[in-house]
Ligand binder design. Sequence first.
Ligand code: A2P
Length: 412
Amino acid sequence: MNAPLPAEVLKQHLIDPEICIRCNTCEETCPIKAITHDSNNYVVDPEICNGCMACVPPCPTGAIDNWRLMVRTEAYGLQEQLGWEELPGEKALPEAMAAAPASDEPDATEAAIAPPLSAAPGATVPPWSAAHPYVNLYTHKAPMTATVVGNYRVTGADTESDIHHIVLDFGELPFPVLEGQSIGILPPGVDAQGRPHHARQYSLASPRDGERAGYNNLSLTVKRVTEDHAGAAAHGVCSNYLCDLAKNDKVQVIGPFGNTFLMPNHPRANLIMICTGTGSAPMRAMTERYRRRIETGENGRLLLFFGARTERELPYFGPLMKLPRDFIDINLALSRETGQPKRYVQDLIRDRADAVRELLADRNTCIYVCGLKGMELGVLDALREVTLQAGQDWSILHDALRREGRLHFETY
Ligand code: A2P
């Protein structure tokens, strides 16, 4: 058991800038807004953090799980942390403090026994039957070199949405992954400050046994970024690099990452998958996992809600529509199709309320939401509405889904 800390000593929570992939998960998860960031680092405010641990399990890399015993008055401030390129080492505490009276503040290791539900709308634990993921096998300091073995556009050539399916091969080196995990790509070159670019995170689009079953490879779904969220011209450093790669080019990869957005492994588990655009990557991975074992009779039901501007801008439209109707229930929400009303995924969840409710009533059902940040609230509202229509209390169901690792969000 850990002894309580003396009052003058702080167990300071820090984020390792060398491992952090700047995915924003911690900032979104912190229930008391103790985490903030600038263009360089994600940092924890020692004045606010209470060591509740809510941010620790969802961090896909483990960069969040760093602690230093500090003299409280000498804790590292925000400005100092924002300038770090690496974590400082441990400092020895003055001897007198070891004998000081105990502080009343909660100790982080005690809080970890029952972490509070975070501010994030989804679960911070995986489904009970998820396979155990490997994370951080390759890091910024020791990345893996992968070879490009495929790069294909998966949206109509005449559309603005330039989305690529990119296949990376790892040769003889181990890179074990699960559906729902992501990897980091290190784009070559330096940023405006002359520092090497941070890694960019991409979800896997292929299942655990490879883009090609039995091969040591995986695939990504990458949209070429040519404008920012506000529509102003912007050149996506990593997306353009990836979309322009040729066969046999080498790419620096780190990861894998992610230990919560994972699929259930037990027979007859149902998946409700809700995505927009490149958020379809993990849904493709999970669907393909199910498709490859279709003959085993182990599969539960698959219900997909997929949003895109038009059919031609919906990645993987052709292969998706070839899947048998009794294997996957596909609902396409098209927002800019000529002659059709604008539809979002949340509209279709309401249209299919009966099917959604039936699956929600089954504890073997897990829900995955991936894509635009803006859809998060809309999807939660739609789920609340369909459960309320059946006289159920959404807040009770929502808490159960989060605690049981059955509702997962990955939005950007
Ligand atoms: P919209 O036509 O209104 O932009 P994108 O192509 O930009 O990645 O978007 C994928 C799809 O997600 C588009 O159909 C887009 O519609 C839709 N979308 C945009 N905002 C939301 C939102 N808040 N909720 C659900 N879908 C959205």
